[in-house]
Ligand binder design. Sequence first.
Ligand code: HEM
Length: 449
Amino acid sequence: MRVPIFVTVAVVRLRIIAEGLAALYQIPMAVLSAPGSGLKEKTAAALQEPLTQRLGFRLLRAFLPNSPVFSKKFITTYPNTGTALVTRHDDVIEVLDRNADFEVVYEPRMRAITGGENFFLGMQDTALYTRDVSNMRLAVRREDVAVIVEPLARQLAAKLVAGKAGRIDMPPELSLPVPAAIVTDYFGVTGAPDSDLMEWATLMFRYLFTDIQGDPALEHDALDAAAACRSVLDAAIAKRKTSGETKDDVIGRCLVMQAAGLPGMDDPGIRNNLIGLVIGAIPTISRAAVQALDQLLDRPEAFASAEQAAHDGNDTLFAAHVFEALRFNPINPIIFRRATRDTEIAAGNFRARKIPKDTMVLASNLSAMFDRLKIEAPESFRTDRPWGDYILWGYGMHGCFGAYINRAVLPAILKPLLVKPGLRRAAGDAGQIDTGGTQFPKHFVVEWD
Ligand code: HEM
């Protein structure tokens, strides 16, 4: 007998409430068992943990899916008048879809990075946005992923792992060098040591997206990094032009477009677009690869199944393990937008929330990916989810430019490790992600037999 739909819906909603109630007990337990001396320290440490974040969102989804608008500014680096938190899948998607009502805020810092101009992630839905994205899509082509980017990542990752005798510090020795090679060999950004590219890109990324309280020391370092990166890009473009070399890489294609007179493709235009791509590519891929492996290592059954898929050469299944692992700890738990006018989220629902103009809206993609109303068995590790269940790199107009690169490169980085016999965390602190207080993995050591 078919269960009537209203029964199914009622059961799901009761379960959401029960899980929310359980979270009321689980959150204090997570705080008490977190490292640190006082309650404040423990709470701060607990909130860094993806599990505690997920519990918090579980509680909110059950009882307060769209928070009231707080006058407290959670993010002070970009102008706003207060903060609202959005946790349900439908509402997160709504915020990220309504570009005219919820704008990206990054423009001032994008201009600081480029030394004047905006970059398309800092732009609203304008002709300039369409021009720049279209130009860069002609230079960074989807078909390159299979024929250039994935083989490059796969071969380099295999070589880097093969060069190690049973132990690797993932960020400096694998997960950063691979995207750095994409930047040098595929984008064509030559002239700086890889270590500089990795450091500059990470500093600029932190300045743009994670420096929510405006750290002056970080600003100083990030702007220095931006100036250095701009010089390298200028030199790489100039060298290509004076040498007459006609290489079919991203810079080469940009110069072909320049020669054809395409608007936005003068030298500074090429440089500004490339700097955005360098920032987007390096720290993100590294962090995602590390966090995915960390989550897999926490789940012996899923880990064994990922190992098996890697051994069997079942790349689709292996990749499904990687993305599912990342769902439990994506590199960003929220995406922020600012209301351009007085408006409302989830209009017509009990959870509807009025949002005044200039409120910073924190749309939680992490929470959305665990919303039982939308995601089947969200707490289970499953490798058969539809791709649409994932919000690992944004959504909508500003969804990640490198989305298809990520889907190919993350498994390519991790596969040579997962085929190693007895892959495990190194003992002690070395086997835990060390961010050095930056949110970006600096060290994470794994070993094999
Ligand atoms: C696993 C790795 C990556 C993650 C987790 C990631 C994450 C994200 C997220 C969350 C956004 C949306 C930001 C927002 O809406 O405010 C985004 C956009 C973007 N990403 Fe990525 N990214 C990754 C890799 C890359 C790569 C490899 C590139 C360059 C090839 C790149 C370039 C960009 C650009 C240019 C945008 C802005 C797109 C637009 O405004 O239309 N990202 N990414």
